[in-house]
Design a protein around this ligand. Structure first.
Ligand code: GLP
Length: 245
Protein backbone atom coordinates (compact mmCIF):
# COMPACT_ATOMS: atom_id res chain seq x y z
CA UNK A 1 0.00 0.00 0.00
CA UNK A 2 1.21 3.50 -0.82
CA UNK A 3 -0.17 6.98 -1.47
CA UNK A 4 0.97 6.58 -5.07
CA UNK A 5 -1.01 3.34 -5.49
CA UNK A 6 -4.17 4.94 -4.05
CA UNK A 7 -3.78 7.90 -6.44
CA UNK A 8 -3.46 5.48 -9.36
CA UNK A 9 -6.84 3.88 -8.59
CA UNK A 10 -8.76 6.28 -10.87
CA UNK A 11 -11.21 9.00 -9.92
CA UNK A 12 -13.72 9.23 -7.10
CA UNK A 13 -13.57 9.72 -3.35
CA UNK A 14 -10.41 8.51 -1.62
CA UNK A 15 -12.17 5.76 0.34
CA UNK A 16 -13.45 4.28 -2.92
CA UNK A 17 -9.98 4.32 -4.44
CA UNK A 18 -8.61 2.55 -1.40
CA UNK A 19 -11.45 0.06 -1.68
CA UNK A 20 -10.54 -0.66 -5.29
CA UNK A 21 -6.92 -1.09 -4.26
CA UNK A 22 -7.94 -3.60 -1.58
CA UNK A 23 -10.26 -5.45 -3.98
CA UNK A 24 -7.45 -5.66 -6.54
CA UNK A 25 -5.09 -6.99 -3.88
CA UNK A 26 -7.66 -9.69 -3.01
CA UNK A 27 -8.51 -10.70 -6.58
CA UNK A 28 -4.86 -10.79 -7.67
CA UNK A 29 -3.98 -12.93 -4.66
CA UNK A 30 -1.61 -10.39 -3.04
CA UNK A 31 -3.96 -10.66 -0.08
CA UNK A 32 -4.97 -14.29 0.24
CA UNK A 33 -8.12 -15.92 1.60
CA UNK A 34 -8.04 -15.92 5.39
CA UNK A 35 -5.02 -13.60 5.51
CA UNK A 36 -4.99 -10.72 8.01
CA UNK A 37 -5.15 -7.16 6.72
CA UNK A 38 -2.59 -4.69 8.09
CA UNK A 39 -4.14 -2.63 10.89
CA UNK A 40 -6.16 0.41 9.91
CA UNK A 41 -3.48 2.59 11.49
CA UNK A 42 -0.77 0.95 9.36
CA UNK A 43 -2.83 1.32 6.19
CA UNK A 44 -3.46 4.99 7.03
CA UNK A 45 0.28 5.58 7.51
CA UNK A 46 1.32 3.75 4.35
CA UNK A 47 -1.26 5.50 2.16
CA UNK A 48 -1.26 8.98 3.75
CA UNK A 49 -5.01 8.68 4.22
CA UNK A 50 -6.92 9.54 7.38
CA UNK A 51 -8.03 6.76 9.73
CA UNK A 52 -11.64 7.79 9.00
CA UNK A 53 -11.14 7.19 5.26
CA UNK A 54 -9.47 3.84 5.84
CA UNK A 55 -12.22 2.76 8.24
CA UNK A 56 -14.91 3.72 5.73
CA UNK A 57 -13.25 1.67 2.96
CA UNK A 58 -12.79 -1.34 5.25
CA UNK A 59 -16.33 -1.05 6.70
CA UNK A 60 -17.82 -1.17 3.21
CA UNK A 61 -15.81 -4.26 2.27
CA UNK A 62 -16.88 -5.94 5.53
CA UNK A 63 -20.52 -5.17 4.68
CA UNK A 64 -20.02 -6.62 1.20
CA UNK A 65 -18.61 -9.79 2.71
CA UNK A 66 -15.13 -9.38 1.15
CA UNK A 67 -13.50 -8.85 4.55
CA UNK A 68 -14.35 -10.27 7.96
CA UNK A 69 -13.77 -8.43 11.23
CA UNK A 70 -13.01 -10.67 14.20
CA UNK A 71 -13.24 -8.87 17.50
CA UNK A 72 -9.91 -8.67 19.22
CA UNK A 73 -7.92 -10.27 16.40
CA UNK A 74 -8.27 -7.98 13.38
CA UNK A 75 -9.67 -7.94 9.85
CA UNK A 76 -9.24 -10.83 7.42
CA UNK A 77 -9.89 -11.62 3.78
CA UNK A 78 -13.17 -13.56 3.63
CA UNK A 79 -13.10 -17.10 2.26
CA UNK A 80 -14.76 -17.41 -1.14
CA UNK A 81 -18.08 -19.25 -1.34
CA UNK A 82 -18.41 -22.05 -3.79
CA UNK A 83 -22.01 -22.91 -4.59
CA UNK A 84 -23.38 -26.05 -3.03
CA UNK A 85 -25.74 -28.30 -4.97
CA UNK A 86 -28.54 -29.60 -2.81
CA UNK A 87 -31.10 -32.26 -3.67
CA UNK A 88 -34.70 -31.23 -3.19
CA UNK A 89 -35.90 -34.76 -2.69
CA UNK A 90 -33.56 -36.24 -0.06
CA UNK A 91 -34.12 -35.86 3.66
CA UNK A 92 -30.60 -35.18 4.89
CA UNK A 93 -29.02 -33.07 7.60
CA UNK A 94 -26.76 -30.08 7.13
CA UNK A 95 -23.86 -32.02 8.65
CA UNK A 96 -24.34 -34.88 6.18
CA UNK A 97 -24.76 -32.52 3.22
CA UNK A 98 -21.49 -30.78 3.95
CA UNK A 99 -19.60 -33.99 4.77
CA UNK A 100 -20.65 -35.43 1.40
CA UNK A 101 -18.91 -32.50 -0.26
CA UNK A 102 -15.79 -32.88 1.86
CA UNK A 103 -16.58 -29.71 3.83
CA UNK A 104 -16.35 -29.52 7.58
CA UNK A 105 -19.40 -28.09 9.30
CA UNK A 106 -19.88 -26.33 12.57
CA UNK A 107 -22.49 -24.16 14.21
CA UNK A 108 -22.53 -21.00 16.23
CA UNK A 109 -25.36 -21.22 18.74
CA UNK A 110 -27.76 -18.30 18.78
CA UNK A 111 -30.37 -19.95 21.00
CA UNK A 112 -30.71 -23.36 22.66
CA UNK A 113 -33.50 -23.59 25.21
CA UNK A 114 -36.73 -25.21 26.31
CA UNK A 115 -39.68 -22.84 25.96
CA UNK A 116 -43.46 -22.63 25.93
CA UNK A 117 -44.58 -23.04 22.31
CA UNK A 118 -45.60 -19.99 20.26
CA UNK A 119 -48.98 -20.15 18.47
CA UNK A 120 -47.16 -21.09 15.22
CA UNK A 121 -45.24 -23.89 16.91
CA UNK A 122 -48.40 -25.14 18.61
CA UNK A 123 -50.22 -25.33 15.30
CA UNK A 124 -47.45 -26.95 13.25
CA UNK A 125 -46.20 -29.33 15.94
CA UNK A 126 -49.68 -30.16 17.23
CA UNK A 127 -48.95 -29.00 20.77
CA UNK A 128 -51.27 -27.82 23.52
CA UNK A 129 -50.88 -25.33 26.35
CA UNK A 130 -48.53 -26.75 28.94
CA UNK A 131 -46.40 -28.62 26.34
CA UNK A 132 -42.84 -27.53 25.66
CA UNK A 133 -40.60 -27.04 22.64
CA UNK A 134 -36.84 -27.26 22.34
CA UNK A 135 -35.70 -24.23 20.34
CA UNK A 136 -32.35 -24.38 18.60
CA UNK A 137 -31.18 -21.45 16.56
CA UNK A 138 -27.83 -21.76 14.83
CA UNK A 139 -25.62 -20.08 12.32
CA UNK A 140 -24.45 -22.98 10.17
CA UNK A 141 -20.92 -22.72 8.87
CA UNK A 142 -19.12 -24.82 6.25
CA UNK A 143 -15.35 -24.52 6.05
CA UNK A 144 -15.52 -21.11 7.74
CA UNK A 145 -18.21 -19.78 5.37
CA UNK A 146 -21.55 -18.91 7.01
CA UNK A 147 -24.18 -20.73 4.90
CA UNK A 148 -27.51 -20.52 6.71
CA UNK A 149 -29.35 -19.45 9.83
CA UNK A 150 -31.61 -22.25 11.09
CA UNK A 151 -34.26 -22.01 13.79
CA UNK A 152 -35.48 -25.47 14.70
CA UNK A 153 -38.39 -26.18 17.03
CA UNK A 154 -38.59 -29.77 18.26
CA UNK A 155 -41.34 -31.25 20.41
CA UNK A 156 -39.98 -30.84 23.95
CA UNK A 157 -40.65 -34.40 25.09
CA UNK A 158 -38.35 -35.73 22.32
CA UNK A 159 -35.51 -33.39 23.24
CA UNK A 160 -35.85 -32.46 26.93
CA UNK A 161 -32.23 -31.30 27.12
CA UNK A 162 -31.43 -29.24 24.00
CA UNK A 163 -27.99 -28.38 25.46
CA UNK A 164 -27.07 -32.02 24.77
CA UNK A 165 -27.10 -31.21 21.02
CA UNK A 166 -23.56 -30.17 20.32
CA UNK A 167 -23.16 -30.84 16.60
CA UNK A 168 -25.85 -32.56 14.55
CA UNK A 169 -29.48 -32.24 15.60
CA UNK A 170 -30.46 -35.27 13.51
CA UNK A 171 -27.74 -37.35 15.18
CA UNK A 172 -29.04 -36.29 18.60
CA UNK A 173 -32.60 -37.21 17.59
CA UNK A 174 -31.32 -40.49 16.12
CA UNK A 175 -29.78 -41.39 19.48
CA UNK A 176 -33.24 -40.96 21.01
CA UNK A 177 -34.81 -43.04 18.19
CA UNK A 178 -36.57 -39.90 16.98
CA UNK A 179 -34.84 -39.12 13.71
CA UNK A 180 -37.37 -37.90 11.13
CA UNK A 181 -37.97 -40.15 8.11
CA UNK A 182 -40.13 -37.88 5.97
CA UNK A 183 -40.53 -34.13 5.55
CA UNK A 184 -42.29 -31.45 3.61
CA UNK A 185 -40.34 -28.38 2.63
CA UNK A 186 -41.43 -24.98 1.36
CA UNK A 187 -38.93 -22.66 -0.29
CA UNK A 188 -39.49 -19.00 -1.00
CA UNK A 189 -37.40 -15.99 -2.00
CA UNK A 190 -36.51 -13.37 0.51
CA UNK A 191 -34.10 -10.50 1.16
CA UNK A 192 -31.96 -10.68 4.27
CA UNK A 193 -32.55 -8.14 7.03
CA UNK A 194 -29.77 -6.39 8.99
CA UNK A 195 -29.34 -9.15 11.57
CA UNK A 196 -29.32 -11.95 9.00
CA UNK A 197 -26.89 -9.99 6.81
CA UNK A 198 -24.41 -9.51 9.61
CA UNK A 199 -24.57 -13.19 10.61
CA UNK A 200 -24.31 -14.45 7.03
CA UNK A 201 -21.68 -11.84 6.16
CA UNK A 202 -23.57 -10.46 3.20
CA UNK A 203 -25.03 -7.03 2.41
CA UNK A 204 -28.46 -6.25 3.93
CA UNK A 205 -31.13 -6.80 1.27
CA UNK A 206 -29.12 -9.54 -0.48
CA UNK A 207 -31.12 -12.41 -1.99
CA UNK A 208 -31.70 -15.46 0.19
CA UNK A 209 -33.81 -18.61 0.24
CA UNK A 210 -36.27 -18.96 3.07
CA UNK A 211 -36.94 -22.63 3.77
CA UNK A 212 -39.50 -24.14 6.11
CA UNK A 213 -39.20 -27.83 6.88
CA UNK A 214 -41.76 -29.87 8.78
CA UNK A 215 -40.55 -33.39 9.41
CA UNK A 216 -42.24 -36.55 10.67
CA UNK A 217 -41.46 -39.72 12.59
CA UNK A 218 -42.27 -43.14 11.09
CA UNK A 219 -45.55 -43.16 13.07
CA UNK A 220 -46.68 -39.99 11.30
CA UNK A 221 -46.12 -37.69 14.31
CA UNK A 222 -44.60 -34.27 13.51
CA UNK A 223 -41.30 -33.78 15.31
CA UNK A 224 -39.51 -30.82 13.73
CA UNK A 225 -40.47 -27.39 12.48
CA UNK A 226 -37.46 -25.53 11.12
CA UNK A 227 -37.23 -22.12 9.50
CA UNK A 228 -34.00 -21.38 7.70
CA UNK A 229 -32.46 -18.54 5.75
CA UNK A 230 -29.93 -19.84 3.23
CA UNK A 231 -27.50 -17.56 1.43
CA UNK A 232 -28.72 -17.03 -2.12
CA UNK A 233 -25.18 -17.04 -3.48
CA UNK A 234 -24.28 -20.38 -1.90
CA UNK A 235 -27.02 -22.83 -2.89
CA UNK A 236 -28.45 -24.48 -5.99
CA UNK A 237 -31.45 -26.69 -5.28
CA UNK A 238 -31.75 -29.55 -7.71
CA UNK A 239 -34.68 -31.91 -8.27
CA UNK A 240 -35.36 -34.74 -10.66
CA UNK A 241 -38.60 -34.19 -12.56
CA UNK A 242 -40.92 -36.92 -13.86
CA UNK A 243 -43.90 -36.80 -16.20
CA UNK A 244 -47.10 -36.86 -14.08
CA UNK A 245 -48.88 -40.22 -14.19
C1 GLP B 1 -31.02 -29.26 7.42
C2 GLP B 1 -32.49 -28.89 7.53
C3 GLP B 1 -32.97 -28.66 8.94
C4 GLP B 1 -32.44 -29.72 9.89
C5 GLP B 1 -30.94 -29.79 9.79
C6 GLP B 1 -30.32 -30.84 10.71
O1 GLP B 1 -30.20 -28.14 7.40
N1 GLP B 1 -32.82 -27.73 6.72
O2 GLP B 1 -34.39 -28.69 8.94
O3 GLP B 1 -32.82 -29.41 11.21
O4 GLP B 1 -30.57 -30.11 8.46
O5 GLP B 1 -28.92 -30.74 10.55
P1 GLP B 1 -27.89 -31.27 11.61
O6 GLP B 1 -28.25 -32.69 11.91
O7 GLP B 1 -26.57 -31.13 10.94
O8 GLP B 1 -28.01 -30.41 12.83
Amino acid sequence: FSAHKVASMGAGPLYMRLQRLLEDAISSGILKEGEALPTERDIAELTDLSRVTVRRAVDDLVRQGRLIRRHGSGTFVAPTVSRVEQSLSLLTSFTEDMARRGLSSRSEWLERMVAAPSPDEMMVLGLSMGDTVARLERLRIADDVPMAIERASIIGSFLPDPASVTDSLYDALGKRSARPCRATQRISARNVDEREASLLQVIPGEAALYIERVSYLPNGRVIEFTRSVYRGDAYDFVAELKIPE
